[in-house]
Write a protein that binds this ligand. Structure first.
Ligand SMILES: Cc1cc2nc3c(=O)[nH]c(=O)nc-3n(C[C@H](O)[C@H](O)[C@H](O)COP(=O)(O)OP(=O)(O)OC[C@H]3O[C@@H](n4cnc5c(N)ncnc54)[C@H](O)[C@@H]3O)c2cc1C
Length: 229
């Protein structure tokens, strides 16, 4: 469900403070907003790059990796496509601005259940960091088990291992076994799944086959499947 006031907000300008290289083609961008943006954990916004050629799409949907109490807005972005959008993003320098509009959500938060399982593929961990930061800040009473699927590098892995009740970083080949055992251990939990379309589809299908019905998901349309191989 959309969050109407934010979905209708005028375009806000964010100023780049710092870009941090995480691994490979993955970077975290730290932005300072001109005005406070009352976004909620797990939401995403439409991010516009300025001065793009007219024939190039200048907007992408990007999840907040930060929670709203944090000083900067964090965007964790996989630039592996090297599309014109990603090339332009990589050229941004501290002090440069981007636009942010239409803030929405796909995953409801907080959950009504106190046992929560979050499963992310690659950069799909961004809304999960946001949830976990919010949970710590508000001291929300729930246990959270995080399964992060990647190919050797795990975005925010050290931080998430301290924020989550249980944290497991694993490879795609181990995914079927991992999902079967987590579903057995947490049959009535609220599940959150985020990542590329293929990843989310695979995980949801496996969870449903294991009898899990309460699943929230965020499909990162456009994100290359290789991001979680
Ligand atoms: C809700 C949401 C949250 C996201 N959060 C993140 C995030 O936190 N970090 C991150 O790195 N990426 C995120 N993405 C993915 C991001 O929006 C881009 O789709 C992705 O980076 C690909 O764009 P590109 O410029 O790299 O590649 P491109 O080469 O421009 O795109 C790759 C292919 O995907 C198609 N495509 C791009 N966007 C869409 C779309 N919205 N719907 C359908 N097809 C599309 C293009 O037409 C092209 O064929 C998110 C996507 C969604 C929908």
């Amino acid at each position: 469900m959309d969050t109407q006031p934010l979905a209708a907000m005028p375009e806000e300008k964010l100023t780049l403070v710092e870009r941090r290289h995480e691994y490979g083609d993955v970077y975290t961008y730290f932005f300072e907003p001109e005005h406070p943006i009352p976004y909620e954990a797990g939401q995403y916004g439409h991010v516009r790059l300025f001065d793009m050629p007219p024939d190039v799409k200048a907007v992408r949907e990007i999840s907040f990796a930060s929670a709203s109490h944090e000083k900067y807005i964090w965007l964790g972005i996989d630039s592996r496509s090297h599309s014109p959008y990603q090339q332009k993003l990589l050229l941004l320098k501290p002090g440069d601005q981007i636009g942010l509009f239409k803030v929405k959500r796909h995953m409801q938060w907080p959950p009504e259940k106190s046992d929560v399982v979050m499963i992310a593929g690659g950069v799909g961990i961004t809304p999960i960091r946001s949830f976990l930061r919010d949970r710590a800040h508000k001291q929300l009473p729930m246990t959270v088990s995080v399964v992060h699927v990647g190919s050797g590098s795990f975005l925010y892995g050290d931080e998430i291992s301290t924020l989550a009740t249980h944290y497991q970083a694993t490879g795609r080949n181990e995914l079927p076994g991992t999902l079967a055992s987590i579903a057995k251990e947490h049959p009535r939990a609220a599940y959150y799944v985020s990542g590329s379309p293929g990843f989310v589809e695979t995980v949801i299908e496996a969870l449903r086959q294991s009898g899990i019905s309460h699943i929230e998901s965020d499909v990162f349309k456009g994100l290359a499947e290789e991001a979680v191989s």
